[in-house]
Ligand binder design. Structure first.
Ligand code: SAT
Ligand code: MN
Length: 586
């Protein structure tokens, strides 16, 4: 009798017709063979053996360098369950469209069977997935990003309790590229892309889109959040999970080198992208990082912005679409000030300063989490870590104060549901346009987002000790257009205030939008931020917020009747509070 997994592998092999099937064990010897295969295929080169041992540079197809949201689908029987923020296809239509593309798509190639665990191997909060792929690059990345191979097979046994994900490069044509999710079957089909979140199916496809659906069904949370621990001078560590839209420094915050280290405050890293959280026996929400590695953006990463990851990626790392120096080392914009001479750009062409960026803007490193000097001793704790705070954020040049706190869980859900960020030059399109990105989950929520808001509200009713909810904005600018707050390692000063709020002794004042620190509540020793700047950073401008309030009203209309009544109430109450502020006051 074959197992459910063997039956599925057989049926996929009949469709895709690979020359060979290889079951991945996860061994070192196998990893070496996969690397050799990648090098033979011609898009991967080994890097400097002395300075970057066991590291590789991979160049993807130039048309295949980022996630493609336009061809990402949630395939539920009822269109309403995918909701207004997702692309939808009926499951049967999706299968009819994609089956011919998979038909014979692996001919002459190897089909790799990758059993993997999302989460620490021994954690009851972890879940199993199996990815079938014809890409050796995917195997090499999944090996870093998940617990893969025999460890997963052993945990699965003969069970059918795994999320199947079928992936094929197809012909890499953008016209025949689809990333389809079938949440009702907990199934993923992806074809036509070899890149990141399109192809490493454990990451956004499973750990966010499918997992958010499972979490809704089963009463837990799958969130696009980093997880960090803030250690206080007493040695006590307080855990926080944070959601930011892209380009707001999530990885840097997770690995921050604290500016208050001499005073005994340091930051420990548990995860940089995804958090799975479940109510623990102690009544706290307990978080695990479902991933085992970091798939981070390279450009802008340097000794100042993220020294921990710079130390981590000196071995066992896959670089994707970075430039290559004559020393056979990776390079990207923002790594240092002086681009080395005679580099090859991310497409392997000779580069000169007039030929545009040397590294692709979305070039990446894939690095084992355990190599990060700041990795928490509890990062693989099977019980997860108890979360005391949710931090939400965005990039708002003028509007949001440096930090404010929700007055209740329900108010916090309102803040999360209305999160927004202004576009930067790094994102395509116009600069400075406000984009709403609720919970930073807009591209990753596997069901109707209005129901997802409802799920957050429901969780708040069920968690005996819910995390406090904060909103931060590291990006506020003064009238001169310069950032008011220094950011990076100095952000620990804001985390310290949160810690004191959690412990119940930090100074704060109530404003219409929430609870804001008094100008002297943050520890500013050793920092040249004046009191006037602090006041500006913490100010709430009722006129600007009245405009924001109207904009949120329009945004909420998009969810129609399904928007939870609690959020309508919060919205109405914010409007009332803003109207009560005497005009002209700040
Ligand atoms: O490509 S990934 O989805 O893994 C990373 C990202 O785009 O956020
Ligand atoms: Mn992400």
């Amino acid at each position: 009798m074959s197992t459910p997994l063997e039956q599925w592998v057989d049926s996929v092999a009949r469709l895709t017709r690979p020359a060979k099937i290889m079951w991945c064990s996860g061994s070192e010897e196998e990893a070496a063979r996969i690397q050799e295969q990648m090098i033979r295929e011609g898009h991967t080169v080994p890097l400097n053996d002395k300075t970057y041992p066991n590291c590789h540079l991979h160049r993807s197809d130039p048309s295949d360098v980022a996630r493609t949201e336009k061809v990402t689908f949630i395939c539920t029987r009822d269109r309403e369950n995918a909701g207004p923020t997702n692309n939808w296809m009926a499951p049967a239509d999706a299968k009819n469209t994609l089956t011919p593309l998979f038909d014979g798509s692996m001919k002459g190639r190897t089909m790799y069977v990758i059993p993997y665990i999302m989460g620490p191997s021994a954690s009851p909060q972890s879940r199993i997935g199996v990815e079938l792929t014809d890409s050796a690059y995917v195997v090499a990345n999944m090996r870093i990003m998940s617990r893969m191979g025999n460890v997963a097979l052993a945990r699965l046994g003969n069970s059918d309790d795994f999320v199947p994900g079928l992936h094929s490069l197809g012909d890499l044509s953008p016209d025949r590229r689809f990333i389809a999710h079938f949440p009702e079957e907990k199934l993923i089909w992806s074809i036509g892309s070899g890149y990141g979140g399109n192809a490493l199916l454990g990451k956004k496809c499973f750990a966010l889109r499918i997992a958010s659906w499972m979490a809704h069904e089963q009463g837990w949370m799958a969130e696009h959040m980093l997880i960090l621990g803030l250690e206080a001078p007493s040695g006590k560590v307080t855990y926080m999970a944070a959601a930011f839209p892209s380009a707001c420094g999530k990885t840097n915050l997770a690995m921050m080198v604290s500016a208050l280290e001499n005073e005994g405050y340091r930051v420990w890293t548990i995860g940089d992208d995804i958090s799975w959280m479940q109510i623990g026996p102690d009544g706290y929400l307990h978080a695990i990082n479902p991933e085992a590695g970091f798939f981070g953006v390279a450009p802008g990463t340097n000794e100042k912005t993220n020294p921990n990851v710079m130390a981590a990626l000196r071995k066992n790392t896959i670089f994707t679409n970075t430039a290559l120096t004559t020393r056979n080392e990776p390079w990207w914009e923002g790594m240092d000030h002086n681009p080395p001479a005679d580099m090859l750009d991310w497409q392997g062409r000779p580069w000169s300063s007039s030929s545009g960026p040397a590294a692709q803007a979305n070039s990446r490193y894939t690095v084992p989490a355990v190599q990060t000097p700041s990795i928490s001793p509890r990062w693989e704790d099977p019980g997860g870590v108890p979360i005391s705070a949710f931090i939400l954020g965005g990039r708002r040049a003028r509007l949001a104060p440096l930090v404010y706190e929700a007055t209740s869980w329900q108010h916090g859900v309102y803040i999360a549901a209305t999160m927004a960020s202004e576009t930067t030059a790094a994102t395509t399109g116009a600069v400075g346009v406000t984009r709403r990105d609720p919970m930073a989950m807009l591209p990753f929520c596997g069901y109707n987002m209005a129901d997802y808001f409802g799920h957050w509200l429901e969780m708040g009713r069920n968690i005996p000790h819910p995390p406090k909810i904060f909103h931060v904005n590291w990006f506020r600018k003064g009238d001169d257009g310069k950032f008011l707050w220094p950011g990076y390692g100095e952000n620990v000063r804001v985390l310290k205030w949160m810690l004191e709020r959690i412990e119940g002794h930090a100074a704060a004042t109530e404003t219409p939008i929430g609870i804001v620190p008094t100008p002297d509540a943050l520890t500013l020793d050793g920092l040249s931020v004046t009191r006037k700047t602090m006041e500006e950073l913490l100010s709430v401008d009722p006129a600007a917020w009245t405009k924001e309030h109207a904009d949120v009203g329009t945004f909420f209309q998009g969810f129609g009747e399904r928007l939870p009544a609690e959020l309508r109430d919060e919205h109405r109450r914010l409007g009332e509070r803003l109207r009560r502020v005497p005009t002209g006051s700040k």
